[in-house]
Design a protein around this ligand. Structure first.
Ligand code: HEC
Length: 148
């Protein structure tokens, strides 16, 4: 009897702790991306940790996060996908978010996910190059200010 009550309590508290976006992630994404977002880099599933937010700083990156097949083709509706991407960004990559970060909305995500990417890995590598380049420019800027 006691055990049953305890189990009920545990079930209730764990469903309380799980946000709807987290539940969507668990059901639809974590099989590949893993609970902590670390993925399987050796099998082309990228590590989202301290990385996902960087895409928002370069042209095309914001669109990419929606157009990538894992996002675009999920069974979730537009509002749930927007909420899920916002949750993932905050959970896995909050420190890399631009200061002007605008959360995704259903109105933004809907049209974007209907334009799938033809060459996902090429677009991805191009974006990573842009990110690296931009970070170098920023670093250069920092160094030149401190040298002044
Ligand atoms: C079958 C495995 C699989 C599932 C399930 C999956 N993904 Fe992915 N995801 C990938 C792979 C592989 C990539 C790398 C890009 C590519 O080749 O599609 C990726 C890349 C991404 C990226 C871009 C990050 C980057 O660094 O390239 C986002 C955002 C993303 N997935 C979101 C999601 C979301 C949201 C879900 C769940 C609704 C999801 N994925 C489910 C395999 C998966």
């Amino acid at each position: 009897m006691r055990t049953a009550a305890l189990l009920l309590l545990l079930a209730a508290s764990s469903s309380w702790a799980t946000e709807p976006a987290e539940a969507d992630y668990m059901l639809n994404c974590q099989g590949c991306h893993l609970p902590d977002g670390s993925g399987f880099p050796s099998r082309q599933v990228p590590d989202l940790r301290n990385q996902m937010g960087r895409f928002l700083s370069v042209p095309g990156g914001r669109e990419f996060l929606v157009q990538v097949p894992g996002s675009a083709q999920t069974a979730l509706n537009d509002a749930d996908l927007a909420r899920l991407l916002n949750w993932m960004l905050l959970r896995f990559s909050a420190a890399q978010l631009p200061v002007y970060f605008q959360p995704y909305t259903a109105a933004e995500v809907g049209p974007l996910r209907k334009q799938p990417l033809a060459r996902v890995s090429e677009v991805r590598s191009e974006l990573l190059e842009r990110i690296a380049h931009q970070e170098q420019v920023q670093l250069g800027g920092l160094t030149s200010t401190t040298n002044r």
